[in-house]
Design a protein around this ligand. Structure first.
Ligand SMILES: [Mg+2]
Length: 265
């Protein structure tokens, strides 16, 4: 599902970037027909644009890292600042009304950055190489994310994780989140991962032990519904790098973090 939709992400980026180029009169000779044909955005140019956005550089171990002064980092800092102001205010309000406020975080590219994997694989998902990468438990933090997790906790907001990682990847996810300093509520009662072999009863409309048929939106929104309706929390904010992390309700506010490297429907 993830792989087949990467082309959609590239197409969407094309519209934006293509319009920007046209408007600036900056189209190169190689792109000169792109405004009069349906030719997609040039993938070589797009890859360079993505490197520029992250300020991608190889560290001394040859691992691709995002730069803390990149446009990506700037976008994250702006989102973080807004989220902190909002969490503070919404938590106070919830506590006044006797509600139990909660925040929900996706994990991949919301808390743990997969840029090195994406660049190394030419932005092409493969379940085997992805699993090997996740199990190294050595991904860097998405800038500001461990601090934001701890900030929410400091305001009396319950932190939950809602991820498409599998149960088999739980130990690595926990170890990696600890390593980056997001050491808050990393127990199974707060970290919801995909358990296809034994899906929870609250996903019964789309998943049974015999067959998993949940879309990402059904899985993630169904989990948020469980947090609200069964566990009694009020989800004040939901953070994700994919629109499918955020659609389907059960959150008072959603925060879309940037990720131009793949698209999960
Ligand atoms: Mg994600």
């Amino acid at each position: 599902m993830r792989k087949s939709h990467k082309a959609v992400a590239a197409g969407a980026a094309c519209l934006v970037a293509g319009a920007a180029l046209y408007g600036a009169g900056a189209a190169t000779a190689g792109q000169s027909t792109a405004n009069s044909t349906h030719e997609p955005y040039n993938i070589g140019v797009l890859v360079k644009d993505i490197d520029t956005y992250y300020g991608t550089t190889a560290d001394s171990d040859g691992v691709y890292q995002a730069s803390p002064d990149s446009p990506y980092a700037e976008d994250l800092a702006r989102i973080d600042a807004d989220a902190r102001r909002y969490i503070d205010k919404a938590a106070r309000k919830a506590h006044r009304h006797g509600e139990k406020p909660a925040v929900v975080f996706d994990i991949d590219d919301t808390l743990l950055l997969s840029l090195d994997y994406e660049k190394r694989t030419n932005y092409t998902y493969n379940s085997t190489t992805w699993n090997d990468y996740v199990n190294k438990a050595d991904r860097p933090a998405v800038f500001g994310s461990p601090e934001l997790v701890r900030y929410a906790e400091s305001k009396g907001v319950e932190v939950f994780y809602n991820s498409g990682l599998s149960e088999g990847q739980r130990a690595a996810a926990v170890a990696n989140l600890k390593k980056i300093g997001a050491d808050v509520n990393l127990d199974a009662g707060h970290m919801f991962l995909k358990d296809k072999a034994n899906p929870p009863a609250y996903l019964k409309d789309c998943a049974t032990a015999a067959a998993w048929n949940c879309t990402t939106v059904q899985y993630k929104s169904g989990t948020r519904k469980h947090i609200e309706d069964d566990l009694g929390y009020e989800i004040i904010a939901n953070f994700g790098d994919q629109y499918s992390d955020l659609e389907g309700g059960y959150a008072n506010r959603t925060y879309k973090l940037p990720n131009p490297t793949y698209f999960v429907s």
